[in-house]
Design a protein around this ligand. Structure first.
Ligand SMILES: O=C(O)[C@H](O)[C@@H](O)[C@H](O)[C@H](O)COP(=O)(O)O
Length: 236
């Protein structure tokens, strides 16, 4: 795992955006899995700025939603769907047919997970996965536990996740649907974006981690050959 400190979150966003565009330049039909939340927002917006409306380059890019809050969908401004619509799908010109991820409004979430798993089994190795990290070390909604889901699954959220700013003010949400750990680790390249003072403790923990433990899901990233953690001065 490579750690890169980039003083300002804007420079960090610029670098991460450059990585995303570089992957698309090299493979115009790249399949990328994207987290929502505060961490990657500037980077996604920076991609939009760099494209400056020239979305043709992204016409064949496939975007997979990494996770979602149970019961939230596109009509909820706090859903990951809405977040990705605003920061990625619309500004990057991603075609509806090229967007995937579970519908968390479905009455049959298991069927949604099965569909996502069938898709990811077909893709085998996503070209890129952009992650944030939870205060408790979760990646996606893979929360600290004795065992982690290998594949897309409905999971119980940790207390800290239930208090995530993204869902502030909603009726309590106790479950999420997440891409599984094995699927995240199948990505050819993983970039973890860590910004802000509130991530200091979890970043330190990740940097000092030498053992893999499901109680600290981000530690599983140690088993992957191409993980870059980009962090800003605030987080160090
Ligand atoms: O889509 C998501 O919300 C993520 O998969 C989740 O794991 C997130 O990256 C962390 O909770 C950090 O969230 P922030 O970036 O908002 O701090």
């Amino acid at each position: 795992m490579k750690f890169i400190c980039i003083e300002s979150e804007h420079t960090l966003a610029d670098k991460a955006a450059g990585e995303i565009i570089g992957i698309v330049n090299a493979k115009p039909d790249a399949f990328i899995m994207l987290a929502s939340g505060q961490s990657p927002t500037l980077a996604y917006d920076c991609v939009s700025k760099k494209l400056n409306g020239d979305t043709a380059r992204f016409a064949s890019v496939k975007v997979h939603k990494l996770d979602e809050w149970e019961g939230l969908g596109l009509s909820d401004p706090q859903s990951c769907d809405s977040y990705l619509m605003k920061h990625v799908l619309q500004p990057w010109g991603i075609k509806t047919a090229n967007y995937s991820g579970i519908n968390a409004l479905s009455s049959n979430l298991q069927q949604e997970c099965d569909k996502a798993n069938a898709l990811l089994n077909d893709i085998i190795n996503p070209d890129l996965c952009i992650l944030g990290i939870g205060l408790n070390g979760h990646i996606g909604f893979n929360e600290p536990a004795d065992a982690l889901p290998a594949q897309t699954a409905v999971v119980k959220l940790a207390d800290s996740s239930m208090k995530h700013p993204m869902i502030e003010g909603t009726a309590p949400i106790t479950r999420g649907i997440t891409t599984g750990i094995a699927q995240i680790l199948m990505s050819k390249k993983i970039i973890v974006i860590v910004t802000g003072k509130n991530k200091q403790a979890v970043l330190k923990r990740l940097m000092e981690t030498t053992q893999v433990s499901t109680q600290f899901p981000a530690s599983l990233l140690l088993t992957h050959p191409d993980v870059t953690v980009m962090y800003d001065a605030q987080a160090k």
